[in-house]
Design a protein around this ligand. Structure first.
Ligand SMILES: Nc1ncnc2c1ncn2[C@@H]1O[C@H](COP(=O)(O)OP(=O)(O)OP(=O)(O)O)[C@@H](O)[C@H]1O
Length: 269
């Protein structure tokens, strides 16, 4: 059973920060317009020596519905962990403090395309998660077709999944989430194993899905600076913290400046 299809876990409201929560409600009137909202979120793991090791430290983000946000940062900065905490469903991870709300239904799509598809054909794969809803065959067919159309994979309806490229598998996985009426897509480095064509195909599929829906939101983890131009907002993380968020060009400048400092340090040794 692939986990990305599990939907419907409750939003969590963590026990701390009552004053901050009431401040949010007061200042914005409502927080309902945010698809993902976290405030001062922390997550630690217990080490073998019984100590707590912080992985996420005081992270705050408010992502409005309908937007594509990208999460960048060096290896180990906590990007995937933040996404997994946002996925809370199936008890994947439990944060230790802060406030988190993620709109439902939400789906998590993983890095490796071969872990996304489970059924023999494209249409069966997209229909797979719909069996637990009380839908007629006609409704299932309509949802499968519409969601494949949304990611540009309608013509592949009958194709055996093993004949698809990595990027096409990722798009089928996203179609599966859309068929289940997913409102939040949590996308973890989907383009890592893809060639340039597939990379562009996947990100453009996500972008056009959001543009045509208005209320689907995506949080996209990436290492690729060239993908930033698709983002409404980009977030840079370091050492488990959100260091900065802003438009693509300001984050690009920031990352390049960070890289320049790093290279200078290496060269000075
Ligand atoms: N279950 C775990 N047990 C121990 N350490 C963990 C666990 N999960 C994450 N970590 C550590 O937390 C830190 C953040 O990991 P995470 O995978 O979130 O980083 P990332 O920014 O997504 O990295 P990358 O870009 O390499 O994928 C890393 O140092 C990682 O080793």
């Amino acid at each position: 059973m692939n986990q990305w299809r599990n939907l419907g876990a409750p939003s969590i409201q963590l026990p701390t920060l009552p004053s901050l929560h009431s401040h949010l409600s007061r200042s914005s009137g409502t927080t309902e317009n945010f698809a993902i909202e976290c405030r001062n979120l922390s997550y630690s793991i217990a080490t073998r020596h019984g100590k707590l090791r912080p992985i996420l430290n005081d992270c705050s983000l408010s992502i409005p519905s309908g937007q594509l946000w990208m999460l960048l940062g060096p290896n180990g900065s906590g990007k995937s962990t933040l996404l997994k905490v946002g996925n809370i469903l199936a008890g994947l991870l439990n944060p230790n403090g802060g406030f988190l709300r993620v709109k439902k239904p939400r789906s998590f799509v993983f890095q490796n395309p071969d872990h996304q598809v489970v059924m023999p054909t494209v249409k069966d794969d997209v229909a797979f998660g719909l069996s637990r809803f009380n839908l007629t065959l006609e409704e299932i067919r309509s949802r499968v077709e519409k969601s494949l159309d949304a990611v540009g994979m309608y013509d592949y309806l009958q194709r055996p999944v093993q004949t698809l490229s990595g990027g096409q598998k990722q798009r089928v996985a996203i179609a599966g989430a859309l068929a289940e009426a997913c409102k939040v897509l949590l996308l973890d480095e989907l383009t890592t194993f893809l060639d340039e064509n597939d990379q562009v195909g996947v990100i453009e599929a996500v972008k056009s899905t959001l543009a045509n829906s208005n209320d689907i939101t995506a949080l996209w983890v990436t290492h690729r600076l060239e993908e930033l131009k698709y983002a409404d907002v980009a977030v840079y993380m370091e050492d488990g913290k959100v260091v900065m968020n802003g438009d693509a060009s300001s984050i690009m400048d920031f990352v390049k400046a960070r890289q320049a400092v790093y290279i200078e340090q290496i060269n000075s040794y």
